[in-house]
Design a protein around this ligand. Structure first.
Ligand SMILES: Cc1ncc(COP(=O)(O)O)c(C=O)c1O
Length: 549
């Protein structure tokens, strides 16, 4: 084959000026020839597998010899540290020289004069490079660090047509990804490729880190997961396509068929629907308790073999709070796991794991994303538990799109600032509304009138941006109040920078009067999610809308 008959890169004197250029040639020369690079640890380590694959893949296509010399990804960085004093343009250290024909003389004469000249200008002394590489062991090219890009001319020589170039140029033989970018690169891929079968086997046996397939992971999503783990003080986080899918995946992965779970009365309606309608199909039974009823919790734990206590805190829409420390203790004494849906309490307001819960989930669609523009969900907890859920997820799907992951990464940078502002506005507004003659009742954990204010004060550092309240009036008066508001959008969802308002009797329970009665959703209930608009503007708007009824 061309690969074995072609000359090895190291058969050529690879010296430029006083500096040695390295080339890895493990695929083109048998080890016995002494050219596999293994005799020189510094060279081998510094180049890693990416240089090897370029040597093999690019060099011998179509029976033509092509030599590409590449510097390791960290070489530029090394230059910027070590050779800054005599290097006016570190970009030239990324030179990739290529020779594209057997007919042409070997390397030196085929490298463009410009490349050569540039190399002569910037490359440091040999000792300097070697020393630099030796000290590189802690900054070796990581698996997700891209090699420097191959020049367009080299790729053009390999792919003779625009048809192929549109597919591969700029990508297949090296991406010019700038891994020192401030922002996390968005990696859009459905699958990951392996340089050869041995690398794939290394991956399968855990010696080489990659993802294999988009359902199993993505580098952008991994960054996001690490950010979330840091905030939740979790060992691990799994980000998924939506908050609902996070709940479903968690319950399906951790509760056995015919198992038993405990949940609370006030919660997101679709979660309740899943628990009441879908779980019985698997023989999973449920006990539903009031969020404050610890006796009911104890007796359910005594009577049933309970796998999981799953509850929101605060709850939707009445913002009830569960004593996370207490329920965790009660549940753990009986070997029951505790999961808190913390959608109403982003990690800057409440850290459920630190309070004792085993798992915390979020509809990241809300505060985490924070801009009303992306759906997602996440589950944080111990490596042990999250990897169980990840295994289920890897089979079932529900994958977060990498674009969405990038949006969450960006959104989360301002989580603290946004939520602080929302906490402040909501608390002040809850206090003002409670005093207003046209308001019957306000539900907000930051108010002393809230049934679990004492718990909220203990376990939350902020009470969130959502305030629920009942206006003085019937269904129509409430509808009129909402329609008179000018700032908030009438929409589902909450937690974003834009204020949102809804009348749960319409938005969430329009199809079932029976459920409205059962779950205490009155016609005059309003759920208001405060964004980051100015408090005074929102107050004026709310007051004028109340005047209208
Ligand atoms: C408390 C709670 N959990 C879960 C969800 C579901 O999240 P998603 O809409 O991202 O699927 C919601 C949605 O509003 C929610 O309020």
């Amino acid at each position: 084959m061309a690969a074995t008959s072609a000359p090895c890169a190291q058969h050529f004197p690879l010296r430029v000026s006083r500096t040695r250029l390295y080339s890895s040639s493990s695929d083109c020369c048998p080890p016995s020839a002494g050219h596999n690079g293994s005799s020189d640890g510094a060279e081998k380590t510094a180049f890693g597998r990416r240089s090897v694959f370029l040597g093999r893949r690019v060099a011998f296509v179509g029976g033509r010899f092509g030599l590409i010399l590449r510097f390791p990804p960290n070489f530029v960085r090394q230059l910027s540290n070590k050779a800054r004093r005599n290097c006016s343009n570190i970009g030239v250290a990324q030179i990739v020289a290529a020779s594209w024909s057997n007919d042409q003389p070997p390397f030196e004469s085929s490298v463009s004069a410009a490349s050569f000249a540039a190399a002569a200008v910037v490359l440091p002394e040999e000792e300097e490079v070697t020393e630099s590489i030796k000290h590189d062991s802690d900054v070796l090219p990581s698996e997700d660090e891209a090699p420097n890009a191959v020049p367009t001319s080299a790729v053009s020589a390999l792919f003779g047509s625009d048809q192929s170039l549109t597919v591969h140029a700029g990508e297949r033989y090296g991406r010019g990804l700038v891994t020192d970018s401030i922002t996390t690169p968005l990696v859009r891929t459905s699958a990951y490729w392996f340089k050869n079968s041995d690398e794939l086997i290394d991956f399968k046996e855990g010696r080489y880190a990659s993802y294999e397939y988009g359902r199993y992971g993505n580098p952008t999503t991994k960054s996001l997961e690490e950010k979330m783990s840091a905030l939740e003080r979790a060992e691990s986080t799994l980000f998924v396509s939506s908050g609902m899918y996070a709940s479903v995946a968690l319950i399906m992965a951790l509760v056995p068929a015919k198992g038993h779970i405990i949940t609370t009365t006030d919660c997101y309606r679709k979660t309740r629907m899943f628990i009441e309608k879908e779980l019985p199909k698997l023989g999973i039974t449920v006990t539903i308790i009031d969020p404050a009823d610890m006796n009911a919790l104890k007796s359910a734990l005594d009577q049933e073999n309970v796998s999981l206590f799953f509850t929101e805190s605060p709850t939707n829409p009445f913002l009830r709070c569960v004593d996370i420390e207490l329920v965790s203790k009660l549940c753990h004494d009986r070997g029951t796991l505790v999961c808190i849906d913390g959608t109403f309490a982003p990690p800057v307001n409440q850290k459920a794991l630190e309070l004792g819960a085993d798992l915390v989930i979020h509809s990241a669609t809300k505060y985490i994303g924070g801009h009303n523009d992306v759906l997602g969900g996440c589950i944080s907890g111990s490596d042990h538990l999250v990897s169980k859920i990840r295994l289920y997820h890897n089979v079932i799907g529900g994958v977060l799109n990498p674009d969405a992951a990038a949006m969450f990464v960006r959104g989360m940078k301002t989580l603290h600032l946004r939520v602080q502002e929302q906490n402040k506005t909501a608390l002040r507004m809850a206090q003002v509304l409670e005093e207003h003659p046209k308001i019957v009742r306000v539900y907000y954990p930051g108010l002393p009138s809230h049934p679990e204010h004492h718990i909220a004060k203990r376990q939350m550092t902020g009470f969130g941006g959502v305030v629920s309240f009942e206006v003085k009036g019937d269904f129509h008066a409430t509808k009129k109040f909402i329609d008179s508001l000018n700032i908030p959008y009438i929409a589902p969802s909450f937690g974003g920078v834009e204020s949102i308002v809804d009348q749960p009797a319409i938005m969430s329970y329009w199809d079932s009067k029976e459920d409205r009665v059962k779950y205490g959703i009155k016609d005059n209930l309003v759920r208001f999610s405060f964004g980051i608009e100015a408090f005074e503007d929102l107050k004026v708007d709310i007051f004028q809308a109340l005047e209208a009824i």
